[in-house]
Structures are given as C-alpha cells and as structure tokens.
Design a protein around this ligand. Structure first.
Ligand code: 5GP
Length: 130
C-alpha cells in the first residue's frame, strides 16, 4: 500500500469524490477555496473536516505548491468555519495528519476541527519512541 499523503494525487480519493458531488456529505461551509463537512466517524461533539478545493495530496504538497491566494483562502475558511459554529469562545482544536507517522488515511489534504467539549491533552502520553 502506498503511503497516504506522498506521491501523485489520485482523483478517485474519497474527498475528491465528495468535492465532485459523487458521494454525499453533511456540508457545514463552502466558499471558493474550501469545503467543510462533518466527519463520518466523529471523535468529538463537533468534528468537521475542512478541505481545500485544489488537488493537494497533503500539507507538504499544499505548502510547497499552492498559490498564495489559495493558502490564504483556505486558512481563512478554517477560521470562518469555527466562527460559524460558534466555537471561538469555548475554543476548539485543529489537527492535520500528514503521511505515515501522521496517520493520514485520505490522500487529499484536510484539517480536522474538533470542539464541543474540553479536549484534554494533545496526545496520549507515551514514552518517547513508544
Ligand atoms: P485522516 O486520518 O486522513 O487525517 O482522516 C480521515 C478522516 O476522514 C477520518 O476521520 C474519517 O472518519 C473521515 N472519512 C473517511 N471517509 C469519509 C467519508 O466518506 N465521509 C466523511 N464525511 N468522512 C470520511
């Protein structure tokens, strides 16, 4: 199995199909740069995925190759989603998985937005390297 987030963009990945409307999603927000929808397997009361509309495999691909306007537009959209969901006051968490060690499962860049309860520590405590 190829490592997700590395290599060529696959137009058949699940988020590409959601962007094309071939697979339904519970849409939360959309603008020229980004689409946000509920994660199919939520890990918090609010668990939204924000994805750029461009064909970017990962944050590495996006950061290296996307135009400045697209990068700015995408991150503004992330902020707009959180604001729309009234999460600024209680706060929220963003998570972006990249590649094998990041646990990236879908090879279209995406940001997880979690909220709706105190989210605890960032990562489970483990011995370094464990
Ligand atoms: P990753 O591990 O790549 O950062 O996260 C991928 C996320 O996509 C997972 O949280 C998973 O639940 C979500 N996901 C996978 N397939 C679908 C789908 O078809 N629809 C939606 N809404 N979310 C999905």
């Amino acid at each position: 199995m190829p490592v997700k987030g590395v290599g060529e963009y696959d137009d058949q990945n699940i988020f590409a199909r959601i962007l094309r409307g071939e697979i339904p999603c519970q849409k939360v927000y959309e603008d020229a740069w980004a689409l946000a929808f509920n994660d199919i397997s939520p890990q918090a009361p609010v668990h939204v995925l924000v994805i750029p509309k461009g064909r970017w495999v990962s944050i590495a691909d996006f950061a290296a190759h996307a135009a400045d306007a697209e990068i700015a537009g995408f991150w503004r959209a992330v902020g707009a989603v959180a604001k729309q969901l009234d999460l600024e006051e209680p706060g929220y968490r963003l998570l972006l998985n990249m590649g094998e060690h990041g646990g990236q499962e879908v090879a279209h860049m995406h940001v997880h937005l979690f909220g709706g309860r105190p989210l605890g520590r960032m990562l489970e405590r483990r011995a370094a390297g464990g």
